[in-house]
Design a protein around this ligand. Structure first.
Ligand code: K2U
Ligand code: ZN
Length: 171
């Protein structure tokens, strides 16, 4: 499993670079990211979250965890002005959930694991997840959409949890 970076780690703010060549190294990373995502558990994971700053995201909304989607160098285009709120969480911001407004329908164009271009139209949870992961590639986190006061409270909550974890270790 790959270690997932936690807010407010500055590495999460790195802008991901395009993948130059879709080779076995990329395919192995995608497989490792899917395994890490299933174990979290989560329904999406961006390479930025495992400290690999390339444009690669994996998603699987299925219950049986057997419908993986891999997007390389993804580009999204909103298909409507309508937005929808969704109570989001993030594997890099544990125990925090809050409402975020995002475009209700998007078109995503990307390369698959064979390096072949494909496109997909998404709505519902898939649209939310794609936009959430795309933000990660831009160094953006869902907490950036919340008020500065809420963000500060989240920092304090995470720092406190870290202090408690440290104390536990020493005992
Ligand atoms: O941190 C991540 O990118 C994984 C996110 C993806 C996600 C966030 C908000 C809304 C949809 C997807 C989640 O932690 S995966 C956990 C999860 C599971 C079911 C529904 C929402 C979030
Ligand atoms: Zn996230």
């Amino acid at each position: 499993l790959l270690p997932i970076l936690n807010f407010p780690d500055p590495r999460l703010r790195t802008k991901a670079k395009p993948v130059e060549v879709v080779d076995d190294q990329i395919r192995t990373l995608a497989a490792d990211m899917l395994e890490t995502m299933y174990a979290a558990p989560g329904i999406g994971l961006a390479a930025s979250q495992v400290d690999r700053h390339i444009q690669l995201i994996v998603i699987d909304l299925s219950e049986e965890k057997n419908q993986p989607l891999v997007f390389i160098n993804p580009k999204i285009t909103p298909l409507t002005q309508d937005t929808q709120p969704y109570e989001e969480g993030c594997l890099s911001v544990p125990q925090v959930f809050d409402k975020v407004e995002r475009s209700a329908q998007v078109k995503i164009e990307a390369l698959d694991l064979d390096g072949k271009p494909f496109e997909l139209e998404a709505d519902g949870l898939l649209a939310v997840c794609i936009q959430h992961e795309m933000d990660h590639l831009d160094g953006k986190l869902f907490v950036d959409y919340l008020s500065p006061l809420k963000r500060q409270r989240i920092r304090e909550k995470i720092a406190k949890a870290e202090r408690i974890r440290e104390k536990e270790k020493v005992k």
